[in-house]
Design a protein around this ligand. Structure first.
Ligand SMILES: Nc1ncnc2c1ncn2[C@@H]1O[C@H](COP(=O)(O)OP(=O)(O)OP(=O)(O)O)[C@@H](O)[C@H]1O
Ligand SMILES: [Mg+2]
Length: 223
């Protein structure tokens, strides 16, 4: 079998709170294979978003090993991690993280430009069309609804065709029909480009479409 695309060994995350350290992830080990769709479910506060951030090298694990596409993320500098993400990963954050001073189109086009793609704006426009937002390209995030911002965030993450896509509740703010569009889009990305997907979701429908679902509880994978 080929090496896993993502591999965590006993990953922990502890942050310092006012009343002492908070253990957010308490020893997570898992492998994600190439092209696999992994769902992460569990109650609010169980560590799903934190785990996704650790997998993406956006949050440094306190201990343990995180490997992605053969790179040990725990060894890398912030600059190396940023380059690695640019070239290999798309991330859809739970709170979108769109750049407020850029229009929807600019938000999607910027990572493509940074990746040296010459027709970045055309690609970005077609990506916005895919998520049903061609008419909102010149709007700023503050002028968009939550669901629209979520779709821009998905367009931005998927436009560079990343090998790994990490999505935090990608259908969380959407009505059923739009949520369905996003599910189709995510799974289409996997099917057309062989992307490996890790998604946090509260949606039973989305979870049912994953190859495997892991449940988190109190920072641990619930056996
Ligand atoms: N920066 C931080 N400082 C202190 N505690 C934090 C921080 N980030 C997260 N936590 C705590 O870590 C725990 C896990 O948070 P996380 O956001 O990963 O949960 P989640 O499973 O994604 O929840 P939800 O379903 O509500 O999004 C929570 O108890 C949260 O309060
Ligand atoms: Mg979360």
């Amino acid at each position: 079998m080929s090496d896993p695309v993502l591999s965590l060994e006993n990953a922990t995350l502890s942050l310092m709170g006012n009343a002492g350290p908070i253990d957010i992830l308490r020893g997570i080990s898992l492998n994600v294979s190439e092209g696999e769709t992994l769902g992460l479910v569990g109650p609010s506060g169980s560590g799903k978003s934190s785990l996704l951030m650790v997998m993406g090298g956006l949050e440094r694990a306190t201990s343990g090993t995180i490997r992605a596409l053969g790179h040990d993320l725990t060894d890398q500098t912030e600059d190396q991690l940023a380059l690695f993400r640019r070239d290999n990963m798309g991330v859809v954050f739970q709170s979108f993280h769109l750049i407020p001073t850029m229009t929807a189109l600019e938000n999607v086009a910027t990572p493509l430009e940074l990746a040296g793609i010459s027709d970045a704006f055309d690609r970005a426009a077609s990506e916005l069309e895919t998520v049903g937002l061609s008419h909102r390209g010149d709007h700023y995030p503050a002028q968009l609804s939550g669901g629209e911002q979520q779709r821009v965030a998905l367009a931005r993450a998927s436009a560079p065709r990343p090998k790994i896509l990490l999505a935090d509740e990608p259908t969380g703010n959407l009505d059923e029909a739009t949520g369905q569009t996003i599910i189709d889009l995510l799974l289409g990305l996997r099917d057309r480009h062989g992307a490996t997907l890790v998604m946090v979701t509260h949606s039973n429908e989305l979870a049912a479409k994953c190859d495997r679902v892991l449940r988190l509880r109190d920072g641990l994978i619930d056996a």
